[in-house]
Design a protein around this ligand. Sequence first.
Ligand code: ACO
Length: 361
Amino acid sequence: MLQTRVDSGLDGVIVADTVMSEVDGEGGRLIVRGHGLQELVAGRGFEGVAALLWSGYGDGGNDEPAVRDGLAAARARAFADVPRLLAATKGLNPVEALRVGLAMLPDSDPTPHHYLVCGAMPVFLAALLNAHKGLSAIAPDPTLTTAQDLLRMIRGQRAGEVFEKGLDTYLATVADHGFNASTFTARVVGSTRAGLISSVLAALCALKGPLHGGAPGPVLDMLDEIGEAERARAWFDQALARGERLPGFGHRIYKVRDPRADVLKATVADMPMTAGRLAFAANVEKEALAALRRHKPGQRLDTNVEYYTATLLEALDVPRAAFTALFAVGRVAGWCAHIFEQEEGGRIIRPQSNYVGPRPQ
Ligand code: ACO
């Protein structure tokens, strides 16, 4: 018999078995293919985490050296599409333009599609940011990792090791995170056998919303508006009284602090000249948490990944408008892994709705 109690957000509904990752919302822990977050990020860069996620799936070889080579070759392949991309995306912001770029990739491309999308995204993003500044696109360097090459293509020269490591840690930290909205979207589209490129494109569209991957830009806007830590309490009281949501806080699964926030906060602390900004952000965070407890008692709202993503990407000198697109450069590894898993063992995802409209007489 059809169950008619509707939970519009699917809270607690289990829709698949997965070997990819587990989000422990009460314990504040993340496991990715058997590895805890701290160990994962300390021991592997982005390519290593992608290799772990893809191990046993896909073609083209998925151990770490193969992933590194595959992504480097895919970056070179994607660079050929840059003129077409730039011509088609004038006036669009980076994530909208990335959406066009993914849509342009043909299903018939012989490059293994997980490499193709993961290689194309950093190349497209760097070219879009350069075009915005009136600069030509810089060709990728196949000897570098994704993080090293992306920063080089954006800046025109190699960034220092601390910055490259910082971006690598970010990409590895956000690579996979359970059945979040974009990953679920990827699996729904993957379940129809529409193909990996279409599934990743759909996931990107889900990610760009301000309730999901669109939050870090607004976090910086909020910090700028607050200006001084002494003004934070009044600012939060007013915002919450108006019914606003604080970007960088709250999570469907985590009822305690998001463990990724601490990894990224520590990464910001390694960057030069960030001590003042980080201390300010930490003070504002304390005020935000206190205000949430005053205005939303019993809701268990804590800091999520986006709060310190914002300060880290700011320290890496990434333009605010590109934050969501950069999140996608990391998360695409997880999307691909989930699409593989869905295609291998899953059926078409087709839930039901409860009709509440009028019925014919
Ligand atoms: N600020 C203020 N209040 C909040 C916040 C917040 N950030 N988040 C949730 N609440 C409140 C809601 O207003 C609601 O209160 P009410 O019952 O008094 O109306 C209550 O908490 C429950 O909210 P829901 O919408 O049911 O929570 P849900 O689990 O659906 O939302 C979400 C999770 C979307 C992440 C939410 O916390 C939010 O909007 N956060 C701000 C945006 C953000 O930071 N997004 C990034 C999330 S991390 C990621 O996706 C990578």
